[in-house]
Design a binder for this molecule. Structure first.
Ligand code: HEC
Ligand code: HEC
Length: 341
C-alpha cells in the first residue's frame, strides 16, 4: 500500500466511526437534564400549550424584558415609543422572575422565605414568572371563588391571565398583540428545564425507561416533580387582632418579611405613598394600628389587601396563605414589637 492509500483508509475508518457514534447518539433520544421541560413533554406526546411562541428573536425577548421590568419599551417594532402599561406598577412590583421555591413539589412558606433570604429575592403576593409558562392553570382556587367570571377565562389561559393582570392587578391597560408576543417570548426564557426538577440518577433513568414503555406514565412521573399550578387560599383574620394568630413570632423571620416584602413597595417614591422605614416612629405607627379594624392594621392589610378607588388607583394585593403563613404574620408582628423594646 502506498502512503496515499493508507491515508484514505484512515480517513474512511474515522468517518465511519464518527457516523456510527452520532447515529447512536441521535437514535437513543434519551431525556437529558439540559432539555427544556416543554420539549420533553412534547417528545412524550403532550402538545405545546396555546401560549407557545413558535418564532421569536432577541429583540422580542428584550421588549418583553422591558415591558415586564420597566412597564414600557423604547424599542417597539413599529418604531413609536410605547405607552406605559400602568402608571402605578411594573409587573415586578408584585412578581419575581427567579425561582422561589427550593422544593417545587409543595408549598412551604418558610422554605421559600429562607430561599429568598439566601438569594436576596423579594417576598411578594404574586407567583413568580419563573416557570409560569410550564403551569397549566392560573388564578386558581380562591381567586376563582372570589372573582368568578372576572377570572374564568384567565384560569385556563396564560395569555388571558396576563391581560387580566395588566388591566386589573396593575390598574393598567390591555396589551397590544406585539406586546403580548414580546412578554410571552421573555417568559419562555424563564421556562423550567429538566435539571431544575433535581431528579436523582435513578429517577432520570426511570423516566427514560417509562419513555419507551409508557409515555403517559412518563408524563405523570415528570409532573410529580413540580406543581402545575400555584395554589391560592384566602386566609381568615385571627379571632382577636390583639392576640393575633396562636403562634410564637420569630423576629428574625419577621425582619426578612419586612425588608424583602413590605419595603419592596413601601419605600420613598415606591408603589405606595406609605413609607415603611426602620424608624421607631414607623414601628410605633404599625404597632398602634395593629388591633384596629382598618387597613392600617397589618392583619387587615395582609389578609384582605386594599381596593383600588376612583382617584386613588394604587391598592395593595392581599397575601394568600401560600404567600404568607399565619406563622409569618406573627413573625412580622414580633419584629415590629422587638423594635419598640
Ligand atoms: C399590584 C400587584 C400586581 C401587578 C402590578 C401585576 N400582578 Fe400579576 N398577579 C398579582 C397577583 C396577586 C396574582 C394572583 C396570585 C398569583 O400570582 O398566583 C397575579 C397573577 C398573575 C398571573 C397568574 C399567575 C399564576 O400562576 O396563577 C400572571 C400570568 C400575571 N399575574 C402576570 C402579570 C403581568 C404580565 C403583569 C404586568 C403587566 C402583572 N401580572 C402585574 C399581582 C400583580
Ligand atoms: C406590591 C407592593 C406592596 C407590598 C409588597 C406591600 N404593600 Fe402595603 N400597600 C401597597 C399599596 C400600593 C398600598 C396602598 C396605599 C397607598 O399608597 O395609598 C398599600 C397599603 C398598605 C397599608 C395601608 C396604608 C393606609 O394608610 O391605609 C399598610 C398598613 C401596608 N400597606 C402595610 C404593608 C405591609 C406590612 C407589608 C408587608 C407585609 C406590605 N404593605 C407590602 C403596596 C404594597
Amino acid at each position: 500500500m502506498n502512503k496515499f492509500k493508507t491515508k484514505s483508509y484512515y480517513i474512511l475508518i474515522v468517518s465511519l466511526v464518527l457516523l456510527i457514534v452520532s447515529f447512536a447518539f441521535m437514535n437513543s433520544k434519551e431525556i437529558k437534564s439540559f432539555q427544556n421541560l416543554s420539549d420533553v413533554l412534547k417528545s412524550l406526546g403532550q402538545d405545546y400549550p396555546s401560549h407557545y411562541v413558535e418564532n421569536y428573536d432577541s429583540a422580542d425577548i428584550q421588549r418583553g424584558y422591558d415591558l415586564i421590568h420597566i412597564g414600557k419599551t423604547n424599542n417597539p417594532p413599529d418604531g413609536f415609543a410605547s405607552k406605559a402599561i400602568s402608571k402605578f406598577y411594573s409587573c415586578t412590583s408584585c412578581h419575581n422572575v427567579k425561582r422561589e421555591d427550593p422544593n417545587l413539589t409543595l408549598v412551604d412558606q418558610d422554605a421559600r422565605l429562607e430561599y429568598a433570604i439566601e438569594n436576596d429575592l423579594p417576598y411578594l403576593q404574586g407567583s413568580t414568572f419563573w416557570g409560569v409558562v410550564n403551569r397549566e392553570s392560573w388564578y386558581n382556587d380562591d381567586y376563582i371563588l372570589k372573582y368568578g367570571s372576572l377570572v374564568e377565562k384567565a384560569k385556563g389561559s396564560l395569555t388571558e391571565s396576563i391581560q387580566l393582570c395588566a388591566k386589573v392587578c396593575a390598574q393598567g391597560r390591555e396589551l397590544e398583540e406585539w406586546e403580548m408576543k414580546s412578554i410571552l417570548s421573555y417568559l419562555w426564557t424563564l421556562q423550567m428545564k429538566i435539571e431544575d426538577l433535581e431528579m436523582t440518577e435513578s429517577e432520570l433513568q426511570k423516566l427514560n425507561e417509562l419513555k419507551s414503555s409508557n409515555p403517559d406514565s412518563a408524563i405523570a412521573f415528570l409532573k410529580s416533580h413540580y406543581l402545575t399550578k400555584s395554589p391560592a387560599t384566602f386566609a381568615d383574620l385571627p379571632e382577636s387582632k390583639e392576640k393575633g394568630y396562636p403562634m410564637e413570632g420569630r423576629p428574625d423571620y419577621g425582619k426578612a418579611i419586612y425588608e424583602l416584602g413590605c419595603q419592596h413597595c413601601h419605600h420613598a417614591y415606591g408603589e405606595s405613598d406609605l413609607v415603611l422605614d426602620n424608624s421607631v416612629f414607623t414601628f410605633k405607627w404599625l404597632k398602634k394600628h395593629m388591633p384596629e379594624d382598618s387597613k392600617k392594621s397589618i392583619y387587615e392589610i395582609i389578609r384582605n389587601g386594599s381596593y383600588s378607588e376612583l382617584g386613588h388607583k394604587e391598592y395593595m394585593p392581599n397575601y394568600t396563605l401560600e404567600k404568607m403563613s399565619h406563622q409569618q404574620v406573627e413573625d412580622l408582628r414580633a419584629y415590629i414589637e422587638l423594635n419598640l423594646e
